[in-house]
Design a protein around this ligand. Structure first.
Ligand code: LMR
Length: 331
């Protein structure tokens, strides 16, 4: 090496290091969701961010966009598939453009309680559903609970026929659509962020959701009548882009898995507490009438909605439905 090239190297080295340092800046990872921060999913996302940044902050920063600030869930599922964002946790009803098997979660009265949901999700069939969209770019890392759905309306109701003629907001899902058609109500597919205003405008007169979502979105302000129907489940799949995941080192993947496991445990504990606390808060509101159906009334709701199990069996798979029913047997 000549003296000249040595001098050049000495002058250039700091620039090379700075450039190297600049390119080693942490990668920004986008986590998009549609609920508020004070919900099971909102809190899970915050914990995930804090764990990733505490343990790998020199490599990754996580930007969370709650409350549909960036996009709604339908777009988030596409954005994950296309690798435009890194994490999302849409409810299990929102994958219909990619799979029909997840419709199992929309079948009314399939799961006896959240224990059964948990057991199904941990079963071989439930775990296989996490990865079965990976060739489309969508990789499920974990399930996350919210809870069982309740029915709310702007007029009093206790039996299926009482809902006839009401316009009910649904997540865009064939099963949920049929569910309300069976009740002679009118299903209206709508993004979550639009529901409050549509209720306020009387554009819709009913909706189904968990206690946490009814409470955090203040749906009770325009839905004075509610029934503790527990007729379906609203849980999430925390998803990432397959190529992004495969581009990580084994060590990084292990860190992400650990952060995911811890934050989902936390989110599930929040879900459990919110199902009790938000329900209690709503039940104590003077403007709300909460109906707890008798066993005979519940049987009428089940009879009205259960035909959907058979109707969707070819699309979901008899084995998947069977595994879900098996999960109703506590060990
Ligand atoms: C809904 O659209 O009602 C839910 O999926 C919202 C959510 O993420 O809990």
């Amino acid at each position: 090496m000549t003296l000249l090239s040595l001098r050049w190297l000495r002058l250039a080295l700091p620039c090379v290091l700075v450039a190297g340092f600049a390119s080693a800046e942490p990668q920004t990872l986008i986590f998009s969701h549609v609920v508020s921060e004070n919900t099971p999913k909102g809190k899970m996302a915050l914990m995930f961010k804090s764990m990733i940044e505490r343990r790998m902050g020199d490599q990754f920063q996580v930007e969370i966009y709650p409350n549909t600030e960036l996009m709604d869930d339908d777009e988030a599922v596409d954005a994950i598939a296309e690798g435009r964002i890194h994490f999302a946790a849409p409810s299990l009803s929102k994958f219909q453009n990619y799979t029909t098997q997840l419709m199992v979660y929309d079948l009314p009265f399939l799961f006896a309680d959240m224990g059964a949901v948990e057991r199904f999700q941990g079963s071989t069939a439930g775990q296989a559903l996490l990865t079965h969209m990976s060739e489309d770019g969508i990789l499920g890392l974990s399930y996350l609970h919210n809870g069982l759905k309740q029915l709310t309306a702007s007029r009093d109701f206790s039996l299926p026929e009482d809902l006839a003629g009401l316009r009910f907001r649904i997540i865009a899902s064939d099963v949920l659509q049929k569910q309300f058609v069976l009740l002679n109500a009118e299903p209206v597919p709508m993004a979550f962020s639009q529901v409050y205003q549509a209720l306020a405008d009387n554009d819709i007169q009913g909706q189904e959701n968990t206690w946490s979502n009814i409470y955090s979105q203040a749906f009770y302000e325009h839905q004075p009548f509610m029934m503790q129907s527990n007729h379906g489940v609203l849980d999430y799949m925390v998803i990432t882009n397959t190529d992004f995941w495969n581009s990580l080192t084994a060590e990084q993947r292990q860190e992400f898995r650990f952060a995911m496991e811890m934050s989902v445990k936390y989110g599930n504990a929040v879900a459990l507490a919110k199902n009790q606390n938000d329900r209690a808060a709503i039940a104590s509101m003077s403007g709300v009438s909460l109906h707890e159906p008798t066993l005979e009334q519940l049987a009428q709701w089940q009879n009205a909605m259960k035909p959907l199990w058979q109707e969707y069996e070819p699309q979901i798979g008899a084995d998947v439905i069977e595994a879900a029913l098996d999960a109703n047997q506590a060990p």
